[in-house]
Ligand binder design. Structure first.
Ligand code: E4P
Length: 218
């Protein structure tokens, strides 16, 4: 499973990248706003900065919701760097635009996917990635992981190249469960990724190894 980091915070992106396990980055307008990145010029520069840190796909989201606007914005974003993936909302105009992009060699991430039917349409339109939002489904008492499993089953039945990019991940168990289901990618906040490092037996075991070494090497 590929690991993407779900943030627009450059320090967090650097920290995850330095771990050596980072495959890509996802952002969205809310994550940009959280970092105080506003205004189109600053947003564009921020995407370029992210691409200079991570050598992997970087999702950049369009704001337009009509076909012509999505295509115009998407082309501008894709021209910024070879690793930019144009993030397009799961709406009719978005699906049309994804079809256009996939026919013209531009990579896409279909976002705001909440149902297997949406995932099927996105795959048929040629999306490079689809982003099912599992945490937001959990938030409304619906099992988000069930959606990832349904999409995995549907995609396995056919020859879709579309990769499942599990999004709206909130904690380390989401990441582990996505790996069990066979999600192609999981995008998560740095905190959830780093939580995978932790086990109390690792800490106590290491403490004892170092103490025993010290006893024999005083
Ligand atoms: C990433 O592609 C999504 O935009 C993001 O994971 C959404 O996460 P949230 O539901 O925590 O806002």
């Amino acid at each position: 499973m590929k690991f993407f980091i779900d943030t627009a915070n450059l320090d967090e992106i650097r920290e995850a990248n330095d771990l050596g396990i980072l495959d890509g980055v996802t952002t969205n307008p809310s994550l940009m706003a959280k970092e105080g990145i506003t205004g189109q010029d600053n947003i564009i520069q921020h995407y370029i900065d992210i691409c200079q840190i991570v050598d992997g796909p970087v999702s950049a989201e369009v704001i337009a919701t009509d076909f012509d606007g999505i295509v115009r914005e998407g082309k501008e974003l894709a021209a910024l760097h070879k690793n930019i993936v144009v993030k397009v909302p799961m709406i009719g105009e978005g699906i049309k635009a994804i079809k256009h992009f996939s026919s013209n060699g531009i990579k896409t991430n279909c976002t705001l996917v909440f149902s297997p039917g949406q995932a099927l349409l996105a795959a048929k339109s040629g999306a490079t990635y689809i982003s099912p939002f599992l945490g937001r489904l959990d938030d409304i008492s619906t099992n988000g992981l069930d959606l990832i499993a349904q999409i995995r089953l549907i995609y396995n039945n056919y020859t879709f190249d579309t990769e499942i990019l599990a999004a709206s991940v909130r904690h380390p168990m989401h990441i582990i469960n996505c790996a069990e289901i066979g999600s192609d990618v999981c995008t998560a906040p740095l905190k959830a990724i780093k939580a995978l490092l932790n086990h109390p037996l690792t800490d106590s075991g290491l403490e004892k190894f170092l103490a025993d070494y010290a006893k024999g090497n005083v």
